[in-house]
Design a protein around this ligand. Structure first.
Ligand SMILES: Cc1cc2nc3c(=O)[nH]c(=O)nc-3n(C[C@H](O)[C@H](O)[C@H](O)COP(=O)(O)OP(=O)(O)OC[C@H]3O[C@@H](n4cnc5c(N)ncnc54)[C@H](O)[C@@H]3O)c2cc1C
Length: 470
């Protein structure tokens, strides 16, 4: 990407990336990361504002001027230490946080019409360097409080609570349904955006601090929340995410070749289907792939399909580009890789052959009408505009819901009408004594950093409960 000129703060350092023509067929990471020289040059641009708006834009309150200032002077170990004070997953956040609407969106340089400091890329630089050199220093172990906490789910919310509470002297066990920890960071977000080795390394650091991780443990089936209390846990934090797939409810939903983004990405990422047959689980490979939806999940599915050898990949979305919920960077990368955007188009039926295999999709063109409750203009069908698309694989990425397995097997847990757990906003306390919840299972599908922010609040509240009794 070209360097960005700005009137104040000099030129934003470009992030080197794999060539789109090469990367569209491999699963290696797309952005290559800053060199130390580029990182220092970028850090020079920071104005070190006394009232740092960027920190207010960070849901976990990282001292951004503090760590950027250390990079500027070449104190890279000091920089990662500063980040670690507030964020236990910096290499993850440096890659996948929507910085453009959080820290970087508040940067004074951006407010004055220039390019903001590349805070995410600098965070990634500091974390990657420390991981590669093994220079991450473990915080000294805290004196044991003798209290035990069970964390259910090992996504960003669960891992944040685990890191915060182990640091305060409580014994923490994380229960994870899958055979690997990390939540969506491992089963959803593809390798080319977030290499799994990075997530495992950050989980490994928590384990070194004493966090126990028990995989293949489905709470609500192998053990219930009430049984965790009977086993001697003093508090339980629920962070099971919102991984229940949603389908379109149109004719042909059950054809072979129509699958949820959740299944498609889990097969490809967690089960390493892209390396089949070296790994056991195959992943469906289409020549003509359509992806329904326009969020980050849809972009990940489309870019995955291209890497799995598709000749044509179309993202089909009923609104216009302006309403696409995916990050601008993801849309830009997808288009560079040859993904087509088929906008203002709504599928009305999947079409199949005699053996029940998908071979096409019936669609209708849409136009934007009045604004709806979300403030976005409502898509309205254009009469007589029906047409058919040829496709042999359709990946449905139109949102996900709350998985009822744990919530419905836990008496006393208040739920809202969509099945998400009701909590006290400032603390994450649920209606069940001794139980907290946070992340996507409370808010619905959101972001990594919001899940971490909810984990931070809940960890503080659990600590007060365990030490002060409130
Ligand atoms: C494909 C995809 C791409 C995304 N891209 C981005 C992005 O670029 N940037 C961003 O900020 N956000 C992104 N998100 C959203 C973000 O990943 C989520 O908001 C975040 O991971 C939520 O964290 P969580 O801890 O609440 O839950 P999750 O990350 O969903 O973790 C929940 C964990 O709980 C486990 N679990 C579920 N039920 C049980 C049970 N009964 N017992 C034990 N364990 C259980 C699950 O297996 C899972 O590991 C993306 C999401 C998806 C699906």
């Amino acid at each position: 990407m070209a360097a960005t000129e700005t009137s104040r703060g000099g030129t934003r350092q470009p992030m080197p990336e794999q060539d789109p023509q090469v990367r569209r067929r491999n699963f290696d990471e797309v952005p290559l990361g800053f060199t130390p020289e580029a990182a220092q040059a970028e850090a020079e641009r920071c104005l070190q504002c006394k009232k740092a708006n960027c920190v207010e834009g960070c849901p976990v309150g990282v001292d951004i001027p503090g760590f950027v200032g250390r990079i500027k002077t070449g104190d890279f170990d000091g920089a990662i230490g500063k980040i670690w004070e507030m964020n236990s997953l910096p290499a993850v956040c440096g890659r996948v946080c929507p910085q453009e609407i959080q820290c970087e969106g508040r940067c004074i340089l951006a407010r004055k019409g220039g390019a903001p400091v590349a805070i995410g890329s600098l965070e990634r630089f500091a974390a990657d360097r420390a991981r590669k050199l093994g220079t991450l220093e473990q915080p000294p172990p805290a004196a044991s409080t003798g209290k035990r906490v069970a964390v259910v789910g090992s996504g960003p919310a669960g891992l944040t609570v685990a890191g915060d509470l182990i640091g305060k002297g409580h014994a923490v066990t994380v229960f994870e349904a899958f055979h690997k920890p990390g939540g969506v960071l491992v089963y959803g977000i593809p390798e080319f955006r977030l290499p799994k080795e990075i997530v495992f390394s950050e989980v490994g650091l928590l384990e070194k601090q004493g966090v126990k991780v028990e995989c293949n443990a489905v709470v609500g089936r192998t053990v219930s929340v009430d049984e965790l209390f009977e086993d001697g846990y003093d508090a339980v934090f629920i962070a099971v995410g919102a991984g229940l797939p949603t389908f379109l409810g149109i004719p042909g939903d059950n054809l072979v070749g129509v699958l949820s983004a959740n299944e498609y990405l889990t097969r490809t990422n967690l089960m390493k289907g892209y390396q089949f047959p070296a790994y056991d689980t195959p992943t469906p490979r289409g020549k003509n792939v359509v992806v329904l939806g326009a969020g980050n999940v849809a972009m990940d599915a489309a870019r995955t399909a291209m890497r799995l050898g598709a000749e044509r990949v179309q993202v089909v979305y009923r609104r216009s580009r302006e309403e696409m919920p995916a990050r601008g960077e993801e849309i830009h990368h997808a288009e560079e890789e040859g993904i087509e955007l088929n906008l203002l188009t709504n599928p009305t039926a999947f079409l199949g052959d005699d053996s029940g295999r998908l071979n096409g999709m019936r669609c209708i063109r849409m136009e934007l009408g009045e604004s709806d409750a979300s403030g976005r203009r409502r898509p309205v069908p254009v009469e007589g505009s029906e047409f058919e698309l040829v496709c042999d694989l359709a990946v449905v990425a139109v949102g996900s819901g709350a998985n009822p397995l744990l919530t419905q097997s836990t008496p006393g847990l208040g739920l809202n009408k969509w099945g998400y757990i009701v909590t006290e906003e400032a603390t994450g306390k649920t209606t069940k004594p001794g139980v907290w919840a946070g992340g996507d299972i409370v808010t619905g599908a959101a972001t990594v950093i919001l899940a971490m922010g909810a984990g931070r609040q809940a960890a503080n509240s659990i600590h007060n409960y365990l030490t002060l009794g409130w």
